[in-house]
Design a protein around this ligand. Structure first.
Ligand SMILES: [Zn+2]
Length: 95
């Protein structure tokens, strides 16, 4: 394992965020077999079928409107990366 996490365009998702607002991780899953292959940036393992995941916001990215809304402390669509729910929050999912 190289430790590199490749971020491809199909890996990018969006979630709502607001500067200064505590971010609440949403729980997604279990992952289906029809979802794009991705690597968790937390543990560098593949996000597998049946895994529970969440989206981690990075920020407004290069979108001018999102940047402006971010600067003004308003809600905006944040470029986000999918990761295991446990890797992002430390919480285990009980089934
Ligand atoms: Zn992980």
């Amino acid at each position: 394992m190289t430790g590199l996490v490749y971020v491809l365009p199909e890996h990018i998702a969006y979630t709502r965020a607001k500067a200064g607002e505590p971010f609440e991780y949403r729980l997604f899953g279990p992952r289906g077999d029809d979802m794009p292959e991705k690597t968790c940036p937390g543990c560098l393992l593949p996000l597998a079928v049946g895994d529970y995941t969440t989206l981690i916001p990075i920020g407004p990215g290069d979108d001018e409107e999102a940047r402006e809304r971010c600067r003004e402390g308003r809600w905006y669509n944040a470029v986000s990366i999918e990761a295991h729910f446990g890797c992002a929050t430390g919480m285990e999912i009980q089934e």
